[in-house]
Design a protein around this ligand. Structure first.
Ligand code: GYE
Length: 326
């Protein structure tokens, strides 16, 4: 049973499933590519910080290969300066399309202006940069605010509106960390009995989640908590280890909700250690390369394409586990 579905359909916003995308609205397009010429795409990926990211990279690489598109892939190891360098090198290489997932929201103006001046179309993947819409053709990614809301709604129901919550935030300044917190807190306003008592970044990694959870559990306030909201599954999985090492039962003494829906999260749910995961689908290669091909063909694209996602808890974990693709 899927508990919720992505339904954010507005005039300039389009929701699509994983299997395809529709096009509407006005957007810059066009490229100098001649028919028959191999399309060259430069892609600056954030890093390899999580199971989500690994699945996302795999989806993008395999989709490019399948379509005979040349992918110039650069891993920024979660550093913005590495991404900026990669983007500048894609300009120098005169690629047909630049694709990138900005690690943080701020600081992209100058380099994106350079790309625009070079006349190379940009497709933004997964995370949003804080720039005006005319700097890119389309942004394909999840609705992170909605994911935060879904996590909070699930927790409110599970805890009957009463919880002392610890929060593990993603990378500071990143779109998913900002938006998931925002969506979660928005829903919490309706539940005066639910409070976040401690909040720290675990940088979206397992090690970061474990370390932050250890610190939480050492503090007297942290010890009073009975719930955990982790901005991604990897941090929740790290926290589970810390909780066990502290002699507590994850999933029971501390109810845990996280985001992504990676296989490890389903396994932890089946083991009773994680309670719920809100899906964030990384398999966006097909949609991204549909957009690349459309741009090269001079077709129009919507400014925003939102990926459709669900919510899964322990009651459905065992049944869903064999179906998980990441
Ligand atoms: O949730 C997290 C990853 O940007 C949606 O980044 C992505 C997030 C994902 O590190 O696991």
């Amino acid at each position: 049973m899927k508990l919720a579905f992505g339904i954010a359909l507005a005039a300039s916003v389009l929701v699509v499933g994983c299997s395809g995308s529709k096009q509407e609205g006005a957007a810059p397009g066009g490229s100098s590519s001649k028919p028959g010429k191999k399309i060259v795409v430069g892609f600056s990926q954030i890093g390899a910080e999580s199971g989500w990211r690994t699945a996302n990279t795999e989806s993008i690489k395999s989709e490019a290969a399948k379509r005979g598109i040349e992918l110039r892939f650069s891993d920024a190891q979660q550093k913005q300066e590495n991404q900026i360098k990669a983007l500048r090198s894609f300009i120098a290489q005169k690629v047909d399309v630049i694709m990138f997932s900005p690690v943080v929201e701020a600081g992209w103006g100058p380099v994106m202006q350079e790309i625009k001046d070079a006349g190379i179309p940009v497709i933004v993947a997964d995370r949003r940069p804080d720039v005006s819409e005319d700097m890119y053709v389309t942004f394909i990614g999840s609705d992170f605010v909605e994911e935060g809301r879904r996590a909070a709604r699930w927790l409110a129901k599970k805890m009957n509106g009463k919880a002392t919550i610890l929060e593990l935030q993603g990378t500071p300044g990143s779109a998913p960390a900002i938006d998931r917190k925002k969506g979660f807190e928005e829903v919490l306003k309706d539940y005066p009995g639910m409070k976040i008592v401690l909040s720290q970044s675990g940088d979206f990694t397992r090690a970061g989640g474990k370390q932050a959870m250890e610190a939480f559990l050492k503090s007297p306030v942290g010890r009073t908590a009975n719930a955990l909201f982790a901005h991604n599954d990897d941090m929740a999985l790290g926290a589970i280890q810390a909780i066990e090492e502290a002699g507590l039962k994850p999933g029971k003494d501390i109810v845990i909700v996280s985001i992504d829906g990676v296989r490890g999260a389903f396994e932890a749910m089946v083991a009773g250690k994680l309670n719920c995961t809100v899906e964030c689908n990384p398999i966006i290669g097909p949609q991204l390369f549909d957009a690349v091909e459309a741009v090269v063909a001079g077709k129009q694209l919507p400014k925003r394409i939102v990926v459709e996602e669900g919510v899964y808890d322990q009651s459905v974990a065992a049944k869903e586990l064999p179906n998980r693709k990441y």
